[in-house]
Design a protein around this ligand. Structure first.
Ligand code: COA
Length: 257
């Protein structure tokens, strides 16, 4: 199992940290597997009341390891490993807090849409880079982002793919709090602990009510996006973009605006 994801329990909070810092916590298949297993364990464990997801090295995550898009067998469906991670997140009945420092790109931004509370450091930047990669957004993000920030912002962020400063994400409603970097981790843990200390049946029932009617539309949108994503991933246009990034070709279009 991947050592690039670390898990520890702090009281009733399970703290899951991404720790592949030399690659800006880019997510590999084994990291997705460990994440999926950790979230499933958190759900099953009675002493875990809330979960905190964070990244080491001053970065949340640079998203899917772009090498995976090239390596993957052309016949394989879209990112089964990534799907198992996001499905484990969506299936949680317990609250999930994210602490975002530095970059949250691709699936790193997508997962925030499924969190209950997001604390970002003032140097954090979010990005939905899918169009620039020759891909489309994933895991119901076209549905949830539009619900959270409205049609105009969702369109701007997803089509232009610009890097979104934490303050703008907070103003738009995607981030709950923006803190100085040195305080963000402490604040995120404190929020997770406050959630963990609440009457658990009432907390989970309220959370479920807030998400009522959501799951069917989420599942349908995930399937639709996955089909489009999978077709796009195999196009020469996208494959060339992935190669350029990995080869560090100067005109690689993944420049962060
Ligand atoms: N997949 C694979 N490798 C990645 C990666 C990713 N998503 N993100 C970063 N890396 C690697 C780089 O190739 C580099 O490897 P090297 O040191 O062996 O050359 C290393 O991580 C450091 O990356 P670098 O770009 O130098 O760091 P930075 O701090 O200047 O920029 C980012 C950080 C996140 C802005 C930038 O790496 C980036 O844009 N990454 C791609 C993000 C992306 O599009 N992800 C979406 C996938 S769906």
């Amino acid at each position: 199992m991947s050592e690039d994801v670390t898990v520890r329990q702090d009281g009733n909070v399970l703290v899951i940290a991404l720790s592949r810092t030399e690659k800006r916590n880019a997510l590999t298949a084994s990291m997705y597997a460990k994440l999926a297993e950790s979230f499933q364990d958190a759900e099953a464990c009675n002493s875990v009341h809330s979960i905190l997801l964070r990244g080491n090295g001053g970065v949340f995550t640079s998203g899917n390891d772009i090498g995976l898009f090239l390596d993957q067998d052309a016949e394989e469906p879209h990112e089964p490993a990534a799907a198992s991670f996001i499905r484990a997140v969506i299936s949680l009945s317990k609250p999930l807090v994210a602490c975002v420092r530095g970059h949250a790109v691709g699936i790193g931004a997508t997962v925030l849409l499924h969190c209950d509370y997001v604390v970002a450091s003032d140097d954090a930047r979010l990005r939905f880079p899918f169009v620039d990669l020759g891909l489309c957004p994933e895991f119901a993000s076209t549905l949830v982002l539009e619900r959270i920030v409205g049609r105009n912002k969702a369109t701007e962020w997803m089509l232009l793919g610009a890097s979104i400063p934490a303050g703008e994400a907070r103003f738009a409603g995607l981030v709950n709090q923006v803190m100085p970097a040195e305080l963000a981790e402490e604040e995120a843990l404190s929020v997770a602990q406050r959630l963990a200390s609440k009457p658990q049946m009432a907390l989970r029932a309220t959370r479920a009510l807030l998400r009522q009617g959501w799951n069917d539309s989420l599942a349908a949108r995930i399937d639709r996006e996955s089909a489009v994503f999978d077709a796009l991933r195999r196009t020469p246009e996208a494959q060339q973009i992935f190669r350029r990034f990995l080869d560090r070709t100067p005109q690689a279009i993944l420049t962060h605006v």
